[in-house]
Design a protein around this ligand. Sequence first.
Ligand code: HAM
Length: 447
Amino acid sequence: MAANIKAIKGTKDTLPSESYKLQYIEQAALDTAKSFGYHEMRTPVFEYTELFDRSVGETTDVVQKEMYTFNDKGERSITLRPEGTAGAVRAFLEHGLFNEPLPQKVCYLTSCYRYEKPQAGRLREFHQFGIECFGAASALADAEIIALAKQYFDFIGIEKLAVEINSIGCPECRKKYSEALKSFFESKKADLCETCLSRLDRNPMRILDCKSPVCSGIAADAPVVLDYICDDCREHFEKLQTYLKAMEIDFVVNPQIVRGLDYYTRTVFEFVSMDEKTKGLVLGGGGRYDGLIEELGGASLPACGFAMGLERLLIYMEESGIPFPEAPKCNLSIVTAGEGATLKALELASELRAEGYSVNIDIAGRSIKAQMKYANKLNSQFTVVIGDNELEAGEARLKNMADGNETVVSLAEFVSGFERAYLDSAIDLSGVDFSAMTQTDINNLFK
Ligand code: HAM
């Protein structure tokens, strides 16, 4: 027998028993984005390799070591997107969105591909929720993006999270900083890995995010960029801090953050888990990239954005026991005996489904006993058995599986009868004071 084919290392299947969790965090992300005026953009999973070389940067780990790049049948070099910003900027330019009122605010939910060493929270195929704001230079835009992300994390119930910010300045500041880094690393040349050696002349800042333990050990003592930024960049950074304080968003300035992608200018930030079980896990990050639109052929337009990893968010939630909404339920299983009952079940099920209920009927030709067993496995909230007797009497007994209570319901008015029983069984929210509750309390209520 041939061996079973397994999923590729670093990829993850999401089974029906788990997918509702992803749907919940994705929908909440889109809703939060919408409340800030960000609307969804979808771009292809693959792009010309050149797009990422020119945006993410040729001397980054992502481009040098991690991209899934191949030639298609027309001998064009194609890359599976390692992140969402480059494609969003390409689409912004290609569709002339710069002619629309600025700033243009877009968000996306995408799969990304990076050939990294798989480990907890580090996959080769992962998923990002991201937002991009095109055409706003003010630090207010950076602050709004951080506020959006923070509002989202608060909504989900992520409480132990540090907001770390830094400024890596403009290209002018970077020149001075690169010189300082060059002379620092020059004396440590003998210990740097080969990739970092090649970065020394071209882009010494990238040595700071090399994952090799030796290089990162050396980099820990390197000069920090915040000491090299110009007055304008400093003022921009100070304004950002003023705005964050005005919104009562706690943050720390971490001068070590440089981010691993080349397009950033000025603001960079990360959301880092402070929960004991996942301490240090970076849930999301972003920053300003004022030069990228021009680099990719557009006018000189400022921009900034943020992206977070959905798998990492799920890890945080699972590890710290943040509740998810209830898994979707089967509202009703119709158990049938005989062809007449099946035809009736088909009719009732389609009426109920059109009303939004989840209804299961027997499509496997099984016995009543086997159908009841299946209804139990599905966690059906209600069951109803329909056979010749019920068809003749024109009524059937609707059973609430939670308490065993039965209600006789007319088959001719089954939908309204079911609706009444369903609403009677729903939890009584009349005396609940939602205003005094946190999102986690509310989530718990529905659990
Ligand atoms: P990034 O920091 O490379 O930024 O990725 C954003 C988030 O994606 C990370 O914080 C992490 O949660 C998740 N992530 C990254 N790599 C992996 C992986 N191998 N496995 C699982 N999760 C991962 C960007 O991608 C920028 N495009 C963000 C941005 C948007 N900047 C401006 N606009």
